[in-house]
Ligand binder design. Structure first.
Ligand code: ADP
Ligand code: MG
Length: 272
């Protein structure tokens, strides 16, 4: 569904490329997490997925369409929904359901169809009961879910989140992550850039960026076997993985693929 073929990208006036020879394939229905230290190229990568940036060298293909062909851009952007850090910058009206309807209204979609889409989108993010609420009464996590509902109302094939949880409190982050997992379970392809490593353990694959390059691209189980590489890249593995490795170094026998607190507890106390 998304393919990066030897993509190098350099911003104007920058001394070095922000992406270097990036190769990446994302299949329909996959849930990919993208992690990396500040400045490693995550946002630059995300902006290539909807053609907001086009490669200096190499190609990006989305749903079979190359992003460097301007004739494809409208279609590509209809297929790719993007959510960003600050929910306040993404909400445009004062009432929840009006906000979700805003995108489809701008596309001139039939009002009856808009009603259906708004209801479906609010249901998908678990915000049906808030349809008539004032946006400013919502929590950060709720606002971000409304921003995502607005994207869903445009019926994209892929949801790209660029640190969408960064400004949320812990409960807002959990709400958002659960929402994204539910969307993925119902078939959505998801690319989630995050600074929180513990958000990545339930994904299909984790792409670790370092200095504009893909350092690792593998399942969470494999990526978190390389805690040394992650720490070298200033990335702190999830707490459970740190505890797992500490216990292993003390001689406890714990499988390498333990990633969550529940799995760790089961490995330590199998008889419960
Ligand atoms: P991340 O999202 O991982 O923090 P970015 O993709 O934003 O990283 O940035 C990658 C590199 O590109 C960084 O060195 C950053 O300073 C640089 N960069 C980002 N945006 C611009 C820009 N608009 N102009 C010039 N350089 C930029
Ligand atoms: Mg960024």
């Amino acid at each position: 569904m998304i393919r990066f073929d030897h993509v190098t990208f350099q911003y104007e006036k920058a001394d070095s490329p922000a992406l270097k020879d990036v190769c990446l394939s994302i299949a329909q229905g996959e849930f990919i997490a993208v992690v990396g230290h500040n400045g490693s190229g995550k946002s630059t990568l995300a902006k290539h997925i909807n053609g907001l940036l086009v490669p200096t060298e190499g190609t990006v293909t989305v749903c079979g369409m190359r992003t460097d062909d301007e004739n494809n851009l409208l279609k590509i952007r209809q297929n790719i929904g993007m959510a960003f850090q600050n929910p306040d910058n993404q909400l445009v009206t004062t009432v929840v359901e009006e906000d979700v309807a805003f995108g489809p209204e701008n596309l001139g979609i039939d009002p009856k169809e808009i009603r259906v889409r708004v209801d479906e989108a609010l249901k998908a993010v678990g915000m049906t009961d808030y349809a008539e609420y004032a946006v400013h009464h919502l929590s950060g996590g709720q606002k971000q879910r409304i921003a995502i509902a607005g994207i869903l109302a445009l019926k994209p094939q892929v949801l790209v989140l660029d640190e969408a949880s960064a400004m949320l409190d812990p409960s807002g982050r959990i709400e958002l992550l659960e929402t994204v997992h539910r969307l993925h379970d119902s078939g959505m392809t998801v690319v989630m850039v995050t600074q929180y490593m513990e958000e990545t353990t339930g994904c299909d694959r984790i792409v670790v960026m370092k200095g504009g390059c893909v350092l690792l691209d593998d399942t969470p189980q494999e990526v978190f076997r390389h805690t040394d590489l992650l720490l070298e890249s200033n990335l702190v593995p999830p707490e459970t993985v740190i505890v797992r490795d500490s216990l292993k170094s003390l001689g406890y026998s714990i499988p390498d693929d333990v990633l969550t607190a529940k799995q760790l507890a089961e490995a330590l106390c199998p008889s419960k």
